[in-house]
Every structure is written in structure tokens, then in C-alpha cells.
Design a protein around this ligand. Structure first.
Ligand code: ADP
Ligand code: MG
Length: 324
């Protein structure tokens, strides 16, 4: 297929966003904003580095690449609206594969009411797909990871470790229960966009999406906010069938397994009830997992308290029990 035909095929026939003035078809897209702050994020997926075709169909590659961006927009407390796709296409990808990628993209887009407003198409050695997402938030209501304060409650949405468990299953022939759920969580992550978009009524909330594992994201909040976070391991929410995995797998996947795309955040005790109400209204599982305290001598850390009340420092990366 030539580039012109390809662009025509991926072009939406109808747009969803009322602020769009010009979509695909000119040198650039145009949308109009007067009242809100504009939020942007970009994310690149490269075959062999970020995914393998052994476990990801073209549909999943497309779906996941937009989902990762929607997650960043959600983690800013914003609502996604538009996306652009820059794609490097190798010879080994057929028209059908490309179609699958764009079906995955448009499936994720429709779930979040987003419009494809542009992109770039080039051929190259391996598949690489860079998605740029644009969202909106009420003025001054973008949510930063730097605003956690001592006394806050630490919370997380959904369950953790599912995506890593799904990845494990996709690469193994063993017998597992609940396989479809875990594999879906890895290949088609569902983003807490609806919940994030309702947080405007809160005075203050620190937010971060869990793309690299909670250990990593918690340290980012601690560093950005200059505080200490304490997480009680037993409170970290996991799915019931997560018990089928070994203790080591559970530990590693819930703390360091990335790509769950849940939200980690902190709010004041005073605003906890407001947050709970928003979670209920948007049918978002919400769990208190710990608290925020002040750091001694700027030593911003994340402390993990285990079942036996033992506390250890949770480091950004890596497995605590073995070196990689
Ligand atoms: P230009 O040379 O002006 O960049 P292109 O031929 O690259 O023109 O793009 C023409 C139109 O198609 C533009 O609106 C562009 O944003 C859109 N477009 C190009 N490639 C893609 C793609 N892979 N996905 C979505 N839109 C695309
Ligand atoms: Mg171009």
C-alpha cells in the first residue's frame, strides 16, 4: 500500500472532540483551547526492546502504545482528547499487520473518546511506534508528583502485579487459573482515566502512574516531594488468584512488575472521603497502602513494612532477594 492510501485508511471519518478544527489531511492539525490547560505526553515502543511479536499481536501493539500515553495523561489528572502516531514500518509487516496495529490504536482511542489527528509514516529496519497524546485539565488542576505532604494517606488503584504475571504466562505453557485476565492486563491495559478526570474537586493530590513498578514510582514521589513514604506490603492489593504464584513471584511482581498502569498517589486525611466517593462513583478499586512522613535530613526514602513488621528500604529498581 502506498503512503497516501495508508493515511486515507487510518484517517477517521468522524471526529469525537468538539475542539478539533482540522484533523488528518493538512500539514498539521488544529484544535482550539480557551479555558483549559493542555497536557501532552509521548511514548515510544520499539520491537525487540519493548515488546516481542511472540506475545503481542499487532492489535495489542497498537492498543498498548496508546494506553501507555493515556496513562500518563491520567496521571496528570487530565482527560485525553487527541493522539498522533509516528510509525516506522519494516518490510516484514504486511498491510494486514498494519491494519491490526491501527485497529488496536482505534479501539483504545474509542474507549477514551480520543481522535487521531496526525502522524508520520516512514519505512525502516524494525517496527517502532511513537504515540503523542494530548489532553485537557481544568486550569491549575494538573496533578504533580511533587505535592505529597507529611501526614498524607498513600493510595493505589486496582491490583498490582497482574501485568507481570500475564507476561510470565504468555511466555510459559504451565497450567494457571485466571489466565485470560492476566494476559489481558498485559496486552490491553485498562487505564483509570475516568477516575483521574474526576479529581478536579480535590484541593491537593499527588499522582503517578505505575508503569515501572510501585517501588520505582513511590521513589519518584518521595524524591519529587522531598518526603518519606511508608508502604505496608500486606496492604498492596492483589487479585485473589495471585495466590497461585510463588511467594517470590508475588513479591517481585507486585513491587517491581511494571505496566500495571494503575495510579499511585497521596491525599490529606481530610480529603480521603472525597477521593473515596470519586472512586466509588467511577467504580475504581481504591486501597490505602501506607502514609507519608517527613524526611530526616533530606533523606527521601520509601520504607516497606512486611508481614512480620520488619522494615526495609524499598529501592527504585531491582529485585530485593536476588541480583540480576
Ligand atoms: P507532510 O509531508 O505534510 O508531513 P504527510 O504525508 O506526512 O504530510 O501527512 C499527511 C497527513 O497525514 C498529515 O495530516 C499527517 O499528520 C497524517 N499522517 C501521516 N502519517 C500518519 C500516520 N501514520 N498516522 C496518522 N496520521 C498520519
Ligand atoms: Mg509527515
Amino acid at each position: 500500500m502506498d503512503e497516501f492510501a495508508f493515511i486515507n485508511q487510518v484517517k477517521q471519518s468522524v471526529y469525537r472532540q468538539s475542539s478539533l478544527v482540522k484533523g488528518v489531511g493538512d500539514d498539521a492539525a488544529v484544535f482550539r483551547q480557551t479555558a483549559q490547560d493542555v497536557i501532552t505526553a509521548v511514548d515510544t515502543l520499539v520491537e525487540g526492546v519493548h515488546f516481542s511479536r511472540k506475545v503481542m499481536d499487532p492489535f495489542h501493539i497498537g492498543f498498548r502504545s496508546l494506553a501507555a500515553n493515556v496513562s500518563d495523561i491520567a496521571a496528570m489528572g487530565a482527560v485525553p482528547a487527541f493522539y498522533l502516531v509516528s510509525i516506522v514500518i519494516p518490510e516484514s509487516y504486511s498491510d494486514r499487520d498494519l491494519d491490526g496495529i491501527y485497529q488496536g490504536l482505534s479501539s483504545a482511542a474509542s474507549a477514551h473518546h480520543m481522535d487521531l489527528i496526525g502522524g508520520d509514516t516512514v519505512s525502516g529496519g524494525e517496527l517502532s511506534i511513537a504515540v503523542t497524546a494530548i489532553g485537557f485539565v481544568k486550569k491549575e488542576k494538573a496533578r504533580y508528583r511533587s505535592v505529597a505532604q507529611p501526614g498524607d494517606i498513600l493510595f493505589v488503584t486496582g491490583t498490582l502485579g497482574d501485568s507481570a504475571a500475564g507476561f510470565h504466562m504468555l511466555n510459559s505453557n504451565g497450567y494457571y487459573t485466571d489466565r485470560a485476565h492476566y494476559e489481558d492486563r498485559h496486552r490491553m491495559p485498562q487505564i483509570r482515566s475516568h477516575f483521574a478526570g474526576q479529581l478536579e474537586s480535590l484541593n491537593r493530590v499527588a499522582l503517578n502512574d505505575i508503569s515501572d513498578g510501585i517501588a520505582n514510582e513511590a521513589n519518584e514521589i518521595a524524591d519529587a516531594s522531598q518526603v518519606t513514604l511508608t508502604i505496608e506490603e500486606e496492604r498492596i492489593p492483589v487479585r485473589t488468584s495471585f495466590a497461585q504464584f510463588t511467594a517470590e513471584q508475588q513479591h517481585n511482581w507486585k513491587l517491581y512488575g511494571g505496566e500495571d498502569f494503575e495510579l499511585l498517589g497521596s491525599v490529606s486525611e481530610r480529603e480521603w472521603d472525597v477521593l473515596s466517593t470519586i472512586a466509588e462513583r467511577t467504580q475504581t478499586p481504591l486501597t490505602k497502602i501506607g502514609y507519608v512522613s517527613s524526611s530526616e535530613e533530606k533523606n527521601n526514602r520509601v520504607i516497606l513494612i512486611d508481614r512480620t513488621d520488619k522494615s526495609t528500604q524499598l529501592l527504585k529498581k531491582g529485585y530485593t532477594h536476588r541480583s540480576r
